[in-house]
Design a protein around this ligand. Sequence first.
Ligand code: LLP
Length: 443
Amino acid sequence: MQAVENFIAAEPAIAELLAARPAFKMHAQDGLCFEDVPLNAIADAHGTPVWVYGAGSIRARYAALVQAFADAGLAPHIHYAVKANDHLAILSLLRGLGAGADVVSLGEFSRAQKTGVLPSNIVFSGVGKSRAEMAAALTAGIGQINVESAEELRVLSEIATGLGQTARIVLRVNPDVDAGTHAKITTGRADNKFGIAAHEIPALYAHAKNLPGIEPVGLALHIGSQILSPAPYAAAYGKAAALVRTLRAAGQQVSVLDLGGGLGIGYQDEPGISLAAFANAVRQQVGDLDVTLLLEPGRYLVGPAGLLLASVTLEKQAGTKRFVVLDAAMNDLLRPALYDSYHGMLPVSAVEFVSPVSPAEVVGPVCETGDTFATGRLLPGFAEGSRIALLDAGAYGAVMSSPYNARPRAASVLVDGGKFDLITPRQKLEDLWADEILPNAIK
Ligand code: LLP
């Protein structure tokens, strides 16, 4: 019993979740509003499940990041990590704010280009770029390729030379720092697949300098995602700074330091990373290096700016457990199933918002027990059709969705200036099999 009480005490109440998110307001008549738009109006117009993104929130978050660095006397180039949310509307919005892009596939590169991001303002990361991807990016005039191994460097040199091009590259250092985040999204430890060990960098940099078709311009790091403390960043950037000095002492030119992304947000009641502390750590560790700084934030910019709006299909009691079954599932929002991650939930109805709560298992209709959004979550009683907002789903939400269980992909909507636009129609049933081919023999 003690354990249950502790668990419940640790959960933020729905009123606390709301209070911590100023873009959300509860109105007695309209119910829950996001950036002044009633979520009921969106669900009435476009059904559920539906992703809802807030342009105002994205603008504010971008501005706060720029300001925190300005306060620290720095002006890093922001290359939005497209993988967090690759919708053309989001990319266009961020491009309009001045962001470049960080991409990890030809698909992401093409999406960024499609929204007008100049290839020269795109960096290409990733541990396994294919020859075709390298060739396409070079042909288009990619600004920077982040090389993750000696093997990749050799192939890139071959391809660039064949195309008569010079690839501007940085070497991605694996600083062997534990970012203190979930094991599945940590990337900067020596046993992770990413980057090049620090002690191998000087020789590889010198080698790169002599390779045809390659121009090494600096270093990159990315130590993981959802990082809440500046300490692992400071440790990693300190190692990078030492490497830059070593390289320069050996006569190498180093003009770029790509600091990666990973800035963590508050999902439950933990505070997100302090931008001021992060910017100060950057200044302290690398501020005197006289390099162009790049940042690759994804989640920080778009995570809290999006939600998944779902409806309650039914409530069922099974033994002692109360199950709230939604029309959204793990195929829509995979993060809880994959990482046991927490997403806040708010009832959309003002009446439900103040109703008595009891512990609930919040699940989707997919035929797996892993299709669980929350266990023991304190929520009011719901009726069929009650609506629930799953919070902080703007990053790694829609991009990780799938049509598993032949569930059409959800619609998405962008809220801006008190209005909303449909930006992805709900997938139609016939679209589920539109690309499939029946061989004649089995027709
Ligand atoms: N740069 C590189 C090289 C990356 O690999 C990533 C994320 C980023 C930047 C952006 O990181 P962010 O600022 O968004 O933390 N699906 C997981 C997150 C995977 C992150 C992968 N790499 C999740 O849902 O938590």
